[in-house]
Design a protein around this ligand. Structure first.
Ligand code: GRF
Length: 208
C-alpha cells in the first residue's frame, strides 16, 4: 500500500517540487502525493502541482478575515475537512506559513512533518537564515521535524549542515540552503516511508 502524502504549501513550492520529482524517480519508495492544499490562491506551488497532475485545493485564508479578525477556528475546520478527505498517512508542510492549531494537530498525531531552514533548536520562526547570519554562526543547516504545538519545536527527524561563507548574505545563504533542504526532506521522507520507526520521547528510533 502506498504511503499517502498530503502537502500543505503557501508559496514557491520548491520543496514540494523536489519531493514530487524524487517520488517520480522512485527515490522515496512507496510514497504517493495525493494532494496539495494551499491557504494562498496565488501560491506558485499550486501551478507546479497542476503541472504534475496532483490534485490541488485552495482554502483562501484571507476569506476567513484578516489580522485580529481572522477566524482561525473556521479556517482550521475547513482545512481539517479537506485534508481528512485525502486520507493522509503523512502531512508534509512545505513552506506552509500558517500555524496549525490544536484541533488540526490532534487529528493527525505524529503524522505532520515540517522543514525548517536552521539547525533547530537554533533560530526558530521567520527568516531563520537571517537570524543565523546576524548571530554570526559559521555553520547552519536545516531540520526536518515532527510538528507539535510548539513553533518549530517538535522532535527532530533529520538534519544537515551547511557552512556559512564569509561573503554570504541572506539571499545567497537561503539559495544554497534550499538545495540542502531538498535533499534532507527527500532523505527524511525516504526513511519515514520505508523504515519502521518509533518516536521515543524526542528521539527517533529507526528499526526498533
Ligand atoms: C523553505 O526555506 C522552508 O524551509 C521554509 O519555507 C521555505 C519554503 O520554500 N519552511 P519552498 O516553498 O519549499 O520553495
Amino acid at each position: 500500500m502506498a504511503v499517502r502524502l498530503v502537502i500543505l504549501a503557501s508559496g514557491r513550492g520548491s520543496n514540494f517540487s523536489a519531493i514530487a520529482e524524487a517520488i517520480r524517480q522512485k527515490k522515496i519508495p512507496g510514497a504517493e502525493i495525493v494532494g496539495l492544499v494551499s491557504n494562498n490562491p496565488e501560491a506558485p506551488a499550486l501551478l507546479l502541482a497542476r503541472e504534475k497532475g496532483i490534485p490541488t485545493t485552495i482554502i483562501d485564508a484571507k476569506s476567513f478575515g484578516r489580522g485580529k479578525l481572522f477566524d482561525r477556528a473556521s479556517y482550521e475546520s475547513a482545512l481539517i475537512e479537506v485534508v481528512h478527505r485525502l486520507s493522509p498517512d503523512l502531512i508534509c508542510l512545505a513552506g506552509y506559513m500558517l500555524l496549525l492549531g490544536e484541533s488540526f494537530l490532534k487529528h493527525w498525531p505524529n503524522q505532520i512533518v515540517n522543514i525548517h531552514p536552521s539547525l533547530l533548536p537554533s533560530f526558530r520562526g521567520l527568516r531563520a537564515q537571517k537570524q543565523a547570519l546576524d548571530y554570526g554562526v559559521q555553520w547552519t543547516g536545516c531540520t526536518v521535524h515532527w510538528v507539535n504545538e510548539e513553533l518549530d519545536g517538535g522532535p527532530i527527524i533529520a538534519q544537515e549542515i551547511l557552512e556559512v561563507l564569509p561573503q554570504d548574505d541572506e539571499d545567497s545563504l537561503s539559495t544554497r540552503l534550499l538545495e540542502v533542504e531538498h535533499r534532507t526532506y527527500i532523505k527524511a521522507l525516504g526513511m519515514l516511508c520505508s523504515q519502521a520507526y518509533q518516536i521515543d520521547g524526542r528521539r527517533m528510533r529507526w528499526n526498533p
